[in-house]
Write a protein that binds this ligand. Sequence first.
Ligand code: UD1
Ligand code: MG
Length: 466
Amino acid sequence: MTFPVDVVVMAAGKGTRMKSSKPKVLHRLGGRALAQHVIDTAARLSARSVVVITGHGADQVEAGLTAPAGGATALRFVRQEPQLGTGHAVQQAAPVLPDDGVTLVLSGDVPLTRADTLQALIDLCGGQHLALLTLDMANPTGYGRIVRGADAAVQAIVEQKDASEAQKAITEIYSGIMAVPTRLLRGWLARLDNRNAQNEYYLTDVVKFAVADGQTVKAHRISDAVQVAGVNSPVQLAELERAHQRRLADAFMEQGVRLADPARFDLRGELACGQDVEIDVNCVFEGSVSLGNGVRIGANCVIANARIDDGAVIHPFTHIDGEKLGVGVGAGALIGPFARLRPGAQLGAEVHIGNFVEVKNSTLAAGAKANHLAYLGDATVGERVNYGAGSITANYDGANKHRTVIEADVHVGSNCVLVAPVTIGAGGTIGGGSTITKSTEPGALSVARGKQVSIANWQRPVKKKG
Ligand code: UD1
Ligand code: MG
């Protein structure tokens, strides 16, 4: 039996304990907004639609979230103003939920629920039953408790503030996640009231209505607390970030990636790794990064939006950020330590980029080297070029950027300035300390600096006495 799934994400609450001007559900975990994790998980369930309920900071939340890639899952927002409880929140969404579906209720601040867990809950619901995701907790304080009858059937959810002492002793808690046939939900929502300790409309009261209607309420009980953990404070956010990163790290190690320390690995985007990849401590990967076979990443590197080909070595403290243009590092290249590759840096095979070298929007063909203290911006560099220490391309005239072309086998000495637009002909040599403003012929030696003067036996002035 199949039925469409419509997801409701509750995200109207204030998140007071974050003590932040940013709405809680926009705080980032693994580089993505908390609520975006929830939306993306909904897409993995092939949900028909996701309805996000916003309230506090609604404009910001609505601007900060995007529909999942692929376009199969529609994203829409419904506002809840004021916020009168979780039941009231879902009441706001009810008008846009079609009766033929199952509604899956999620929270925008619970980011790490797995899609297979939710699918199991939906299967338990089966388009017929109210199904709750529950969990046993050693310390259930603060959560709604699952009250079961003598026959172990679920009878009700009782909130902490409404619970008797006996109910407070129950360790099975409601995760905040339920799957429910929409046509049934609609009827139960209409019966909610706010006669309780918090004077709120509790979504959890639908359980007692289901029972009163003679329905069996199902519970999918899991043991993995991370999947239902909510973020309420910076401490909880950091704890969940580490749990998330540890899971990612474990998955990479299972694929064969060698992480020096899985506790010091951070992925804030997508990472694809070939075979025999080694990653030392404290590396951060952002955006979309791919590492080919045998790539080694030294300690303390930050790498974003880059493709690193087979056998390349990125030495410690290297910063690579391709942003929109991307960065490519060719097979067997050696980068760093302390190198900086910026958007549009495309390096061929066996290129060497050494310490304190910055490359931006430049292509370096196979075997080119810039080993020390240099800048290559808007440059096209040929094969086997050797670019000396302290040399720079002056690519910006204060208004426009211009290109520098350095043809194959050129040798640029130390401390040169190549004033773009300029072309250095193939095989040419630029004498150290030259400021080159005119293009040079292939094979030429070009020197553009003051001639050296030496005065023999020069006496330095001496300080006058008295
Ligand atoms: C809720 C459940 C509780 C469960 C717990 C799990 C109810 C009544 N209680 O309690 O049984 O154990 O989650 O974490 O549902 N929200 C709105 N509008 C509102 C109120 C809340 O959108 O008017 C949103 C919040 O932003 C949050 C979510 O709903 O994302 C849950 O609200 P919260 O106040 O945290 O509920 P709990 O008291 O934790
Ligand atoms: Mg909560």
